[in-house]
Design a protein around this ligand. Sequence first.
Ligand code: SF4
Length: 304
Amino acid sequence: MTHRPYTSFNDYLKEKFGQKVYKVSLDAGFDCPNRDGTLAVGGCTYCDEGSRAPGVKPELSIREQLRDGMERMRKRYKAQKFIAYFQAFTNTYDRVDILRKRYFEALDHPDIVGLSVSTRPDTLSAGALDLLDEIGKTYLTWLEIGLQTIHDKTNEKLNRWHTYKQFEQALFKAKQKSHLNICVHLILGLPGESLEEMHQTIDTISGLPIDGLKLHLLHVIKNTKLYEEHLKGEIKVFEEDEYIHLICDVLEKIPSRMIMHRLTGDAAPDKLVAPRWALEKGRILHKIEQEFLRRGTHQGMKAI
Ligand code: SF4
């Protein structure tokens, strides 16, 4: 446990590499089965442009995107070491020879110390897992699996079209690989979900062999289906204090061995419609720490 009341991904990287390590987000040109008609069209209701990170230029090659991202971070933070983050769309959704080419293109720089690959649970082939495991022998490798909720009825409403069962199967296959770290993405505040259902997701996930978690809060982003629903008054987003209390409640139940990659969202200011308070990430993280201090608790304190 560091001085923070939760196990932070930044602290974990600092300890591992002796310095701060920065993730460079990439859009490697993959598609998504929820967009190309294989499972659905239009994508998940909250997803805009494959949830690409702000500032990423998909028109550039992977190598150029990486150099562009590293340059920005060097200037802004004096960054020296980086993780190549295949973040936009579904990054295992192609033939293994193509995955190999794209991952290795990103790893081909002396300042890249790791790889993070974000994907859906239903697009993880045995070949993709073998490839990631092979890379994991040389580089720190994180596989990020988007689950969002354990409740299939919510994922149906979101136009996601994978089940919790598929997630469990993917997780247990991935866990057989000894050089892979697994992070799971969850969203708190999904449409139609009660607080009790969110806690059920956290309780279930806390009992699984997962190495890290990324917790998002529901964002309404311009030009999404969710935005249309928001305009009709059908979507409720968290108030700031409500979210801070919830995040502390759930962190108390999440075992401290799970590394927290994220506790809020990261949206582009010109695209985020609601809640706008979520743009002030530094202030929100500070308030979460203050709330833990007030409670005298920390991550995992109530873990079973
Ligand atoms: S699966 Fe991912 S990339 Fe595809 S539509 Fe949903 S959030 Fe976007």
